[in-house]
Ligand binder design. Structure first.
Ligand code: SAH
Length: 305
């Protein structure tokens, strides 16, 4: 089963400027516009792939920082990434943050600290523990994956979280790792998972580790989690062919929604939706590969075929 992986840094750099404005109150139009622009984004990225860039289909990950990133590195003082915690993986974790995350384009100190703090090895199955800090997604059972650390960091940074203030919703709890990273920064995290066994085990892991500001529920995240809405940040960690209308509704004004938008069976574009004064603005970032969103969205896709 494919995991969430990133393509090359040149694509990241080029793709971050594409954005469009969509009026609110027309969820169908939001969906259609999203599909149309996602198609454009995919065609654009396909062109980049054909012209020699590394694609997002394999387990390729960004390489060294490109020229403009190196320039920026010279100007910005580097955030120190010292090992945090006294577990046997503390060194591996800080190396992961330095070599896979900070060395690329993630600069938010709260995100770097969260990634340096959460014990990723306690969120993977026993036989995957030795690989927990490697630069790739890992299987967590039931055909699902825990995302590559870099992708977790980028998506968290794109949410523009306010430390101690933001309330976040996650769709796709999986192992609970992304929820823990959010919980390090947010005041409250709500996470929904469609596979009951994963919801149960993630809730247990989070509770054991003392993440008392996270709530996990077994339900279809296509409908969000209405009782606790609105959310300052919504993150979807499974691939969606369109933006679930409930998620736009449950996003607070001034909030941000990040999701992999595109074909659930090939690859998607990491997409950021900002809601401001009755309008939503979509920004297309770089190509990624996530496991498919299932449930209601799949029913709708099969009706359309
Ligand atoms: N964020 C997770 C990785 C998620 S993998 C982590 O940190 O480990 C994607 C997850 O989304 C899977 O666990 C899958 O079961 C779940 N999922 C798929 N469709 C869903 C839906 N409609 N609602 C909620 N969860 C869903």
């Amino acid at each position: 089963m494919a995991g969430s992986v990133a393509a090359g840094p040149r694509q990241i750099f080029l793709a971050r400027s594409r954005s469009i404005i969509v009026p609110l109150g027309a969820s169908r139009r939001v969906v259609l516009s999203a599909i149309a622009v996602a198609v454009l984004a995919i065609l654009g990225s396909a062109f980049l792939l054909m012209s020699g860039d590394k694609g997002g289909q394999d387990d390729s990950v960004p390489g060294d920082a490109n020229e403009s990133e190196r320039e920026r590195d010279k100007q910005e003082p580097a955030t120190e990434v010292e090992p945090t915690g006294n577990d046997e993986y503390a060194e591996d974790r800080s190396r992961m943050v330095k070599t896979q995350i900070r060395s690329r384009d993630v600069r938010d100190p709260d995100v770097l600290t969260a990634m340096n703090t959460v014990p990723r090895h306690l969120f993977v199955p026993d036989h995957q523990v030795p690989y927990a800090y490697e630069d790739r997604p890992l299987p967590i059972g039931y055909g699902q994956t825990i995302s590559q650390p870099y992708i977790v960091a980028v998506m968290t940074e794109e949410l523009n979280l306010q430390p101690g203030k933001s309330r976040a919703l996650e769709v796709g709890t999986g192992s609970g790792y992304q929820a823990a990273v959010l919980a390090q920064i947010c005041s409250e995290v709500f996470s929904v998972e469609i596979i009951p066994e994963l919801a149960q085990s993630a809730a247990k892991t989070l509770e054991t580790l003392g993440y008392s500001n996270v709530q996990v529920r077994n339900s279809d995240g296509y409908y969000g989690w209405e009782e606790n809405a609105p959310y300052d940040a919504i993150i979807v960690t499974c691939a969606a062919s369109h933006i679930p209308p409930s998620l736009i509704e449950q996003l607070a004004d001034g909030g941000r929604l990040v999701l992999p938008l595109g074909s659930p069976y090939s690859w998607q574009t990491l997409t950021i939706i900002e809601k401001q004064d009755g309008e939503t603005k979509l920004t297309y970032s770089f190509p990624v590969v996530f496991v498919p969103m299932t449930g209601e969205i799949e029913e709708q896709e099969s009706v359309q075929e």
